[in-house]
Design a protein around this ligand. Sequence first.
Ligand code: 5GP
Ligand code: ZN
Length: 117
Amino acid sequence: MSTCLFCKIAAGEIPSKKVFENEEMLVFHDINPAAPVHLLVIPKHHVTSMQDITEADAGWLGRMMAAIPKIAADNGCRPGPDGGFRVVANSGADGGQEVGHLHFHIIGGPRPWAQRV
Ligand code: 5GP
Ligand code: ZN
């Protein structure tokens, strides 16, 4: 049994507000949103951080990145230059990472909101 928080969320052992899911990835609402839209994108398999990414991860990681614009638009981030969103991956302690399972924050929604993450 994994002790990793986001592995438990991916396995459905801890509930989350899911907005998108496929075989490889899960997207759910951050429990402590820093903006009107604050989603977390995770791989379903355990990867600790971007520090562990190699060329071998290009496939699933590329598909994950390619999925983000539509997920953002479907969840309240206005498309186009006047809208948009931020994608943030805090990596390691010096990167401000608190949960040790790779995740991409999608942060957006109509401004103003205080940039925190
Ligand atoms: P980090 O600082 O590691 O980049 O971000 C971790 C994020 O996970 C934080 O924004 C925090 O609010 C969120 N988070 C921590 N625990 C939970 C949880 O149990 N459920 C959800 N949905 N988000 C969580
Ligand atoms: Zn994990």
